[in-house]
Design a protein around this ligand. Sequence first.
Ligand code: SAH
Length: 481
Amino acid sequence: MPARVPASRSARLDVFPAFHKVAGRRVVVVGGGGEAAAKVRLLAETNAVVEVVAPHIDAELAAAVEAAGAVHVAEAFRPAHLTGAALVFSAREDEALDRAVVDAARIFGVPANAVDKPDLCDFYTGALVNRAPIAVAVTSTGAGPVLARHIRARIEALLPRSTGDLARLAESFRDAAARLLPDAAARRRFWARFFSGPVADTLHAGRADLARAEAQRLLNSAVDGTGFVWLVGAGPGAEDLLTLRAQRLLQEADVIVHDALVPQAVVAMGRRDARRIAVGKRKGAHSVAQADIDALLVALARDGHRVVRLKAGDPLVFGRAGEEMAALRKAGICFEVVPGVTAALAAAASAGIPLTLRGVASTLVFATGHDADGATLPGWAGLALAGATVAVYMGRTVAGAVSRRLVEAGLAASTPVAVVENAARPDERLFVGTLDALAALADRPDVTGPVLIVVGDAVAHASLQGAAPIAVRPIRQSVAA
Ligand code: SAH
């Protein structure tokens, strides 16, 4: 593909960004004051042999020279000082003196920079972000040095300190990857995972040994042609509640195995040519047995596919990821879990429910409504009694049992309850009521989407003005929250 060339002259640069090799070479700084000190400090980020030429140097520069391990040549500048230099900086703080250095540099063929005299310069220095061997330099070509420094600060924040270590680790795997992965596409995939998955994560967490082991594991799996499975949380349904990582992996996957709860719009975010396999899991609808899903993931990975197993919300919350991870582990297939926004958090955000609230609720329980259906009191009922906020998943059809069980356990019938149907989706609806009204939810034929029930005193502090009552006609005497 031909490179895109900016159309207008103002969209083109007057400088060409390049990185000059200075390791082991002399770089000369001419001048004895603060400007020279600034350049010495900048050069101290490199492995250049720094020489300061000035008859006298002030205390600040002397300290910079000392800190940088630079050399002070206590002589008046002569052109011969530039013999064999890689670069020269003139910081004599005088136009005529700087020009003399630049003129000499031209004769010796040494690129020159005159501090604060752009007209004299052969090159500019940028605002530097040093993650050696990674370097980012920002220049505004003189138009806005403060802006350039702002941008530098943002890049500083963006690049973990260990970015350089990651680059060095990558370098130590480069030959092996080139030898063992002759196919360029396979190699690209290996590096993409190297820089964004557990290798990078563990390294940035300061676990260098683990990172090396992860990298080796990644290379092994790339070499023997087995695929990879990502268990990815798709969030509650809104496309923009997907993580950036999930979005990237959807673009990388060649097979997407998804639940029925994941909206079509999210599934559609995968690569156009990716195979998509729906594996049911919608209450009452036809669904594929969990053991078959486990076997499918293993088989796809063994065929060398890169599989995204896309699950609603977070994969580790009522997502049966435990079984899938066990099956993959047993089959020796590499996998990774990518978290997602779980339904309880999306529902709470929609309804403005503070799930924890000082003095009201200090525990948060993720519970399944199915527990309430059994003969014994579910374990979480006690936590609800002790003041926890309970987020009930899969509770719609068993809403009656949930309500009855909690009241039996001793929770006040007037405990506030919020219900969010289709949280974070365009067809989202909010309902509000009390624990004794919750039973009515199961009888509402109009509520057909996935619902998340939140029970607890914290619900009374939500912003539920627009919410409809849970019970269409209040049963018994409903207590206003
Ligand atoms: N792993 C998912 C939960 C799967 S269990 C997660 O972390 O969110 C399925 C249950 O999740 C549904 O019965 C419902 O209770 C809840 N759920 C999932 N998506 C939802 C949504 N958009 N709105 C409300 N509840 C949702």
